[in-house]
Design a protein around this ligand. Structure first.
Ligand code: C5P
Length: 217
């Protein structure tokens, strides 16, 4: 019997991280934050001085990445980089790294290994379209750029990180554009995905709608 996957895709700061993690916990499923993998590749590349345009070296780095996840920790070797990968600099670098097909290919098996009983909630950009095309439920979670910028602003401030709302909005738009226009695995709402727009919804209502969608499948 195949292990069920719930794929949640969407643009950055759409709330998919929080909602997906909460859903996984409620269902007792495993959880994959695929964006964290791209972020860790970007962080390591930055630290090792790998040029952002060097796709071959970035792919090698992705293949040999000593990363593991434990509760809320993202371990690179033994260092918890959960906070270090959330800066705007790493956000932009991660979206640059994600453009290279060889990098995406190198991370495929790693992502699929998260599919273990009793099930998986996977979130990212291409969970439903590429990584888990046979997912039981595919949700495309989105919200207006303005609302997403506000949410991201609050997230950063809460984490004690510096933030500027106008700069955030600009960066979000630039990242959306790059993520949706890239040739490989672009950010799109797959034809078989259910669109959930959370622009006017508070987190509680958004989660309730998500749960209803999942229960209906
Ligand atoms: O989801 P998050 O904002 O953490 O992802 C960081 C970047 O990683 C995204 O901007 C996107 O370019 C890339 N990404 C991707 N495919 C995924 C998850 C993230 O290309 N499945």
């Amino acid at each position: 019997m195949t292990v069920p996957v719930i794929a949640i895709d969407g643009p950055s700061a759409s709330g998919k991280g929080t909602l997906a993690a909460r859903l996984a916990e409620k269902l007792g499923f495993h959880y994959l934050d695929s964006g964290a993998l791209y972020r860790v590749v970007a962080l390591r590349a930055l630290r090792m001085g790998v040029a952002p345009a060097d796709g071959a070296q970035l792919a090698e780095l992705a293949r040999t990445l000593p990363v593991s996840f434990r509760d809320h920790a993202v371990l690179l070797d033994d260092e918890d980089v959960a906070t270090a990968i959330r800066t705007e600099e790493i956000s932009m670098l991660a979206s640059g790294v994600a453009v290279f097909p060889a990098v995406r290919e190198a991370l495929l098996a790693r992502q699929r290994a998260f599919r273990r009983a009793p099930g998986l909630v996977a979130e990212g950009r291409d969970m439903g379209s590429v990584v888990f095309p046979d997912a039981r439920v595919k949700v495309f979670l989105t919200a207006s750029a303005e609302v997403r910028a506000q949410r991201r602003y609050k997230q950063l401030i809460d984490q004690g990180l510096p933030a500027n709302i106008d700069a955030l909005l600009q960066e979000l738009r630039a990242r959306d554009l790059r993520d949706s226009q890239r040739a490989v695995a672009p950010l799109v709402c797959a034809p078989d995905a259910i669109l959930l727009d959370t622009t006017g919804l508070d987190p509680e209502s958004a989660f309730a709608v998500l749960e209803r969608i999942v229960q209906g499948h």
